[in-house]
Design a protein around this ligand. Structure first.
Ligand SMILES: [Zn+2]
Length: 282
């Protein structure tokens, strides 16, 4: 049995962005989505789902630390924090997933993002890595388990609103999240030692983080697309990651090359965009 912790983004006092169509906040909309994910998870007897809320009034840092301590205590194997995006331009649209860049979080993110894009039919903005100082970064690095933060749509976009304004559409999204989690759960760390190495990015930034994300992307891709088991690929990526202090002069592409040697799928790697260099609207 694997445990999935769902964290509802924001809190009851500071509820986050607001949907322009229904007036619902991220907190309200995602509290409901969390219930739907728990409901849809009945079809996956190997996964236990529990929803956690961030406590208001603690201050951002303590609020995040506290909720991820709770998910750690519960023994989460993976965590998914629920949000939706917002921008001043109504043209900004699409689905994206944020991660720290560890191989396991990449595996989880690639899988969930792909399912969400298929479910909502919005533009695929891809998987994006965030460091500790970035918006949402703390959520990705505070807990022990591989963590992702999902932004399925823009509440400020007419297109995003249209794709998510019926209960049927919301159910399809909930189903997509749990399906994405289920198909990458085999790649999630099982032991304390594996969990510990999934936290190695805590103090990692810049180029090293990019290299790690590239390795993670490649590992996730081979794991999810193919014959090599995800666990093998992730294990390899973690080993390479551990050697990074000695390998930092190697370009990401060279590391991907190493993984290529182990029979990888180019198209899928292309798909699992690991960098932030997308020049779309924010
Ligand atoms: Zn948010």
């Amino acid at each position: 049995m694997k445990r999935l912790a769902i964290i509802v983004g924001h809190n009851s006092e500071k509820q986050g962005a607001v949907r322009h169509d229904t007036g619902e906040t991220e907190f309200v909309w995602n509290s409901d989505l969390a219930k739907l994910i728990e409901y849809e998870a009945r079809d996956y007897p190997g996964i236990e789902v529990k929803t956690f809320f961030r406590q208001a009034g603690l201050g951002y840092t303590r609020e995040i630390r506290r909720v991820y301590e709770e998910t750690d205590r519960w023994g989460a194997n993976a965590t998914v924090e629920l949000h939706f995006n917002s921008a001043s331009s109504p043209k900004a649209t699409g689905t994206e997933t944020l991660i720290s860049g560890t191989p396991a979080s990449m595996a989880l993110a690639v899988s969930v993002n792909r399912e969400m894009v298929a479910a909502l039919g919005l533009r695929d903005r891809g998987v994006k890595t965030r460091s500790a100082d970035d918006r949402g970064g703390a959520s990705l690095m505070s807990g022990r388990a591989p963590a992702i933060l999902i932004e399925p749509f823009f509440g400020s976009s007419p297109e995003g609103q249209k794709a998510t304004d019926t209960s049927a559409e919301k159910e399809v999204l909930a189903e997509a999240v749990i399906r994405g989690v289920a198909s990458s759960m085999d790649a999630m760390p099982r032991t304390e030692a594996q969990m510990a190495s999934s936290r190695t990015l805590r103090r990692t930034k810049g180029q090293r983080q990019k290299i790690m994300a590239a390795v993670g992307s490649a590992a996730a891709t081979v794991g999810l697309s193919g014959d090599a088991t995800a666990l093998e690929a992730i294990g390899l990526a973690e080993q390479i990651g551990a050697a990074l202090p000695y390998l930092k002069w190697i370009a990401p592409i060279a590391l991907i090359g190493i993984l290529f040697a182990l029979r990888m799928d180019t198209d899928a790697i292309e798909e699992a965009r690991w960098n932030d260099h997308e020049n779309g609207l924010r």
